[in-house]
Structures are given as structure tokens and as C-alpha cells.
Design a binder for this molecule. Structure first.
Ligand SMILES: [Zn+2]
Length: 162
């Protein structure tokens, strides 16, 4: 019969883990949460590392999502500037925006590579991405050289995920 861990089953498990992580002595943690010292000690030794690992993974995924969101925001702005520069016939600004957009795409690709495979697949097949790609390529129609460079960057950003 498997032995239940009273700490893992405890409704305030996160608080207990948090206290243990900050280095609180297991004796005082046991007292505070009305647990036995041996249960807290066993939990700290046998279960806490796995909990921490899981928490770290969740945290890192959240951070990556956040970065991805920021780069997407930058990309929206770069494309907005590109559109306005294009309308104004400001070739120089348009090229700067294209260069920025290309950097964003490379960054998106790298970020996606650091995330799990599912996310890479999502990035490549999401309607949002396909739409964005069409917008970029369309906006670059008059600038064939830049268009080629961006297409190349898109391709290399998608490498390894097809
Ligand atoms: Zn436990």
C-alpha cells in the first residue's frame, strides 16, 4: 500500500514548498502547518525537487510566451511603420522597417526553437502567422531585393520545424 505524503496532500502545499525553498527549517515549517517533522523532512527530501522542477518549467514556458508576445508586438509596429513609409514614398524608412521586421522574424524563429516542438508547429501553421507572412511579402512587392532577403529569413526561421 503506497504511503500518502501528508505534505503533498496538504491544502497549503504551495505555501509549505515556498517556506522550504526559502530555507525555513523543517521543524518550524512542521509546527506552522501542524505537520509532523518527519513528514516535512521526507517531503523536502523526496518530493520537493520534483515540484520545483515542474514549477520552473511552467515559469520558463510563461517567460518564453511573454517574450514571444513582445516580439509579435514589435513586429506589428514595424509593419505599421513600413506601411506608412511606403505610402509616404519614404524608401529609407521603409527599408529600416523591413530590416527591423526581418530581425523580429529571426528572433521569433529562435524563440520558437527554444520552446517545445508543439509551439514551433503552432507558429508555422497558425492563421495569424500565415496572414502575417502574406502581409510582409505583399508589402515588399516593390522592393524585390529586400523581399528576397525577408523570404530567406522566414525560411531559415522555419528551419527544423517543417
Ligand atoms: Zn510530499
Amino acid at each position: 500500500m503506497p504511503r500518502r505524503c501528508t505534505v503533498c496532500d496538504h491544502p497549503e502545499r504551495h505555501g509549505i514548498d515556498g517556506a522550504l525553498v526559502t530555507g525555513a527549517p523543517y521543524r518550524s515549517v512542521a509546527k506552522r502547518f501542524e505537520l509532523s517533522e518527519s513528514a516535512v523532512y521526507r517531503h523536502k527530501t523526496d518530493h520537493l525537487p520534483a515540484h520545483l522542477l515542474r514549477a520552473r518549467e511552467v515559469e520558463e514556458a510563461a517567460r518564453a510566451d511573454d517574450l514571444l508576445e513582445q516580439v509579435r508586438h514589435l513586429q506589428t509596429r514595424a509593419l505599421d511603420i513600413l506601411e506608412r513609409a511606403e505610402k509616404a514614398g519614404d524608401l529609407r524608412t521603409a527599408l529600416a522597417a523591413i530590416s527591423q521586421a526581418r530581425g523580429n522574424l529571426e528572433l521569433l524563429g529562435k524563440l520558437a526553437g527554444e520552446l517545445d516542438e508543439r509551439l514551433v508547429v503552432n507558429l508555422n501553421v497558425s492563421a495569424e502567422w500565415l496572414e502575417l507572412r502574406a502581409v510582409i511579402v505583399g508589402a515588399l512587392e516593390p522592393y524585390s531585393e529586400a523581399r528576397g532577403a525577408v523570404l530567406k529569413a522566414i525560411e531559415s526561421a522555419g528551419n527544423g520545424s517543417a
